[in-house]
Design a protein around this ligand. Structure first.
Ligand SMILES: [Zn+2]
Length: 246
């Protein structure tokens, strides 16, 4: 697959017409294979899409397969499915599990509430922690359960301690007014971060420590933002458009 085969779109359809929108992803590429009873549909670039929206491939595939009522394995779904149906499913996933319910920014991180019964999205742009915007349908229930399970095992692996320490360290750097939302964040001890790769760990710690003074990546260091995007996109460094650098 080359770049020219891939259409780039905004994360979230409400931004589809905004070509300067900062958050981009490739559209799903869809490969139908087999015939008769052995039909399947492969999504060869779902891992790139997953990196762009910062959610694990298996969670996205779980949602898509449950949404379509088919069996999913790896990046493959049973049966033949059109790109439109899969893009519709992905859009539902993004609205429920990626986009901040408060401000609409897609830079969020799943976490659990104190009782570890509810899935929340923690927004890096506005600082809010809001329940994931799910509907009552089995495919949402399944996906939410899967994400809660991942959060629980990530928290077990980390021993559940180190993050709380980081959250208590305030930042004395300039200007941020303390809002009720940031208070909620620093008090929310029951929450654990989504499992992330080690490169993201440092960024995490910083953002937790500096939540009183939320300044998004692109403002603090464009180079860092570019680098982060390029790392996360692997072979395809040009997918994101950092508007401020133009
Ligand atoms: Zn937000």
């Amino acid at each position: 697959m080359t770049m020219s085969d891939t259409t780039i779109t905004s994360v979230g359809r409400s931004h589809a017409a905004d070509k300067f929108y900062r958050y981009k992803r490739p559209e799903l590429t869809v490969k139908k294979e087999g015939r008769g009873n052995g039909t399947k549909t492969c999504l060869p670039n779902v891992d790139t899409v997953a990196k762009c929206i910062d959610r694990p491939v298996d969670v996205i595939m779980k949602f898509l397969s449950a949404d379509l009522g088919v069996i999913g394995k790896g990046a493959t779904l049973s049966g033949h499915h059109d790109k439109q149906a899969l893009e519709d499913g992905l859009e539902k996933f993004i609205q429920a599990y990626v986009t901040c319910p408060s401000c609409g920014n897609p830079e969020t991180r799943p976490c659990a509430d104190k009782k570890r019964t509810k899935l929340l999205l923690e927004c890096r742009a506005c600082g809010s922690r809001s329940p994931a915007n799910t509907r009552s349908a089995h495919y949402y229930d399944k996906t939410t359960k899967c994400m809660m399970k991942d959060l629980a095992s990530a928290s077990r692996e980390k021993g559940g301690g180190d993050k709380k320490m980081n959250k208590k360290k305030g930042s004395s750097s300039s200007g941020g007014a303390s809002t009720p939302q940031t208070k909620i964040i620093s008090n929310a001890e029951g929450s654990e971060p989504w499992d992330r790769n080690e490169d993201d760990e440092d960024a995490d710690k910083n953002s937790n420590a500096e939540y009183d003074n939320i300044v998004w990546y692109t403002d603090t260091s464009r180079e860092a933002a570019m680098e982060r995007r390029e790392q996360s996109l692997g072979q395809q460094p040009a997918l994101f458009r950092i508007v401020d650098t133009i």
